[in-house]
Design a protein around this ligand. Structure first.
Ligand code: ADP
Length: 400
């Protein structure tokens, strides 16, 4: 009977999951997701060959929440365990604060410590913690591990973590943390397989998905990132505004009459590609209409312009640039955005290989100048690897 682990990535209305073997190559067995939790929920699961195994739609009135989703998932898994034994659950947790610099085994004390970090990531952390609490109460025998989006950035030079605010604020936790660390950790670990020079060089990794950020990686370690105190900083994203003059927020509240909650909602959910285009947060939809729609074009142009400016900033932090790596939904799939970013970053001297870019790389530049690459990310695999390494050091549970 082979040991498997379940990896959960819980959002406000979604729950993504994957099941991996706990040893050897950590083979992926199942992957799937619930979307529309709290509304028009649906569930889909595929096997390792991407064949759909099950699809369920719930009527809107039934209001399947995270608890109901976990119950459905547990039942589905117990019907499909075919010689597998679940030995642990790994969770993506957005914020590990200043203290959690590596994955941690969940205990009641750890849950209490992670709850204290909710004010630092109010729109993400509560959703990440909900399945942890539910599983801890239903299956206290099953080891659970939290893996943090902030952890890869621990060890950045102190200067990269500072805001120019009063010292006492920094000491109370108002500092730059950086996010998307599970994705960057995966890409950093994969880079030497593509080219050994990526492992030892000065690399900017562009995680361009619904959330988007850049990370400066020197010899495999994060030294700076565009995301700071929260996952809203840096680049414009699907619905988040990215870096913003803080006076805009005061103006929204004092002059435009928005409550702090309305201002927060505007910056997190009504801005970015969606806000500028007035159409969609989805790059594919914007690409489909950009030829005839000036607002869609402007949103994409701003996205590319900001990425190029931030590549310049991180190149300064790295003291030069050896390579740029694209990853996540837009980075992996949108050749037009990749080409535009390389053109807008002409200062760096990229030599775009159009054919290689059109076919998805992995290397999309010629021999001259810094190289650029497409490397698919796999955050869940990072979690599976980190947690199985931790479970290997523990006695086996008597779990079924
Ligand atoms: P999340 O942060 O939700 O995990 P993803 O990494 O899946 O997001 O990225 C979602 C983004 O990737 C969306 O804007 C989507 O339109 C974009 N995307 C996915 N495939 C393509 C494609 N073929 N061309 C352009 N954009 C794409």
């Amino acid at each position: 009977m082979s040991r498997v682990v379940l990896v959960l990535n819980a959002g406000s209305s979604s729950l993504k999951f994957q099941v991996f073997e706990a040893e050897g190559e950590r083979r992926r067995i199942y992957r799937g997701l619930f979307e529309g939790l709290g509304g028009n929920a649906h569930f889909i699961v595929r096997d390792s060959a991407d064949v759909q195994l099950s699809k369920v739609d719930w009527p809107p009135g039934e209001g399947l929440g995270h608890e109901g989703a976990l119950r459905h998932l547990t039942e589905w898994l117990s019907d499909h365990r075919e010689g597998y034994r679940m030995v642990g659950v790994g969770h993506r947790v957005v914020h590990g604060g200043a203290d959690f610099s590596r994955p941690v085994l969940i205990t009641p004390e750890v849950i209490a410590a992670l709850e204290k970090l909710v004010p630092l990531a109010p729109l993400h952390q509560p959703h990440n913690l909900e399945p942890i609490r539910i599983i801890a109460s239903r299956r206290p025998d099953l080891p659970q591990v939290a893996c943090f989006d902030t952890a890869f950035h621990h060890g950045q030079p102190e200067i990269a973590t500072l805001f120019a605010l009063p010292k006492a604020m920094h000491e109370s936790g108002v500092r730059r943390y950086g996010f998307h660390g599970l994705s960057y950790a995966y890409v950093a670990s994969a880079m030497p397989d593509y080219d050994p020079r990526l492992g030892s060089g000065r690399v900017v990794v562009a995680h361009l998905g619904n959330g988007a950020s850049l990370c400066a990686i020197s010899a495999g370690r994060s030294i700076a990132s565009t995301m700071g105190f929260s996952a809203i900083d840096g680049l414009p994203m699907g619905t988040r505004c990215g870096a913003l003059d803080p006076a805009v927020v005061f103006y929204m509240i004092r002059e435009m009459g928005l409550s702090p909650e309305e201002a927060e909602r505007t910056l997190y959910t009504q801005s970015g590609l969606l806000g500028v285009s007035g159409l969609s947060n989805d790059m594919r939809k914007l690409r489909a209409v950009e030829a005839t729609n000036a607002d869609a074009r402007r949103a994409i142009d701003l996205f590319v312009y900001r990425i190029a400016r931030e590549i310049g900033s991180l190149t300064a932090a790295l003291g030069g640039l050896d390579a740029l790596v694209f990853t996540a939904g837009i980075g992996e799939n949108d050749a037009t955005t990749r080409a535009a970013v390389l053109r807008a970053s002409a200062f760096a001297g990229f030599e775009l290989d159009e054919a290689a870019n059109a076919s998805g790389g992995p290397r999309i530049t010629g021999a001259a100048g810094p190289s650029a690459w497409v490397i698919p990310t796999d955050e869940e695999r990072t979690i599976a690897q980190d947690m199985t390494a931790m479970l290997d050091r523990m006695p086996l549970p008597s779990a079924s």
